[in-house]
Design a protein. Structure first.
Length: 186
C-alpha cells in the first residue's frame, strides 16, 4: 500500500536508530576471483599466485608472490578487461601505460590505483623505478577495498596484465585473472 519509498524510509530509520548512517547505504561491485595464472620470465622475475576459497564462493583470499631477480627499469604495462556475455568475451577496457610513472602516480590508471592501494594493505609495493631485486609477498589479499561503480554489469569477468621492459618492449610478466563481480551494500 505504501510502496517502496515507505519501506526504504523505514529501513533507513531502523538503520539510523541502530547507529548507522543512511547515506552510507550505497551499492558497489567487488571482484571475486575464482582463478588466476601468472608467469614471469625467469631472468627477470619469478611469480606465483594462490587463491583460497573459504566457505562460500564469494569468500576468498589470495596470496601473491613476486620475486624480482634483476633491476627493472623502463617498464610498460598493458591492462585489459573483458566481461563474459553468453559464450563470448566482450573487451571493454584495454590500456597501456608507463608502469614506472604509474608507481609514482597511481592516478594514471583508476582501476590499477584501486588494486595497488589494496595490495599496499598486505605488503610492500615499489614506489618507482628502477625496481631492485627483492621478494614482494602479499598474503590474504581480499580485494574488498576495490569498489567498482554499480553501473557495471554483475557478471563474470577476466582481465589481463602484461608487463614489458626496455626499448624493444620485451614481455617479462604475463597474467590472466578470472572471477565475477558481485553487488554489495555498504
Amino acid at each position: 500500500m505504501f510502496g517502496r519509498r515507505f519501506s526504504c524510509g523505514i529501513y533507513c530509520c531502523i538503520f539510523a536508530v541502530l547507529g548507522g548512517n543512511c547515506a552510507a547505504l550505497t551499492q558497489w561491485l567487488v571482484p571475486v576471483l575464482t582463478r588466476a595464472k601468472v608467469e614471469g620470465k625467469s631472468n627477470y622475475i619469478n611469480t606465483s599466485v594462490t587463491i583460497h576459497h573459504h566457505g562460500s564462493h564469494q569468500n576468498f583470499t589470495m596470496d601473491l608472490e613476486v620475486h624480482v631477480l634483476s633491476p627493472l627499469d623502463k617498464l610498460r604495462m598493458n591492462v585489459g578487461y573483458f566481461v563474459r556475455i553468453m559464450n563470448s568475451e566482450k573487451w571493454i577496457y584495454n590500456k597501456t601505460y608507463d608502469f614506472c610513472g604509474f608507481l609514482q602516480r597511481p592516478s594514471v590508471d583508476r582501476f590499477g590505483a584501486l588494486v595497488i592501494d589494496d595490495l599496499r594493505q598486505h605488503g610492500k609495493v615499489p614506489t618507482g623505478c628502477p625496481i631492485q631485486p627483492e621478494r614482494y609477498v602479499f598474503k590474504n589479499v581480499t580485494l574488498n577495498r576495490v569498489k567498482l561503480p554499480p553501473f557495471l554489469p554483475e557478471t563474470n569477468f577476466g582481465f589481463t596484465v602484461n608487463c614489458y621492459i626496455g626499448p624493444k618492449n620485451e614481455k617479462f610478466f604475463r597474467s590472466n585473472w578470472y572471477g565475477g563481480l558481485r553487488r554489495v551494500i555498504l
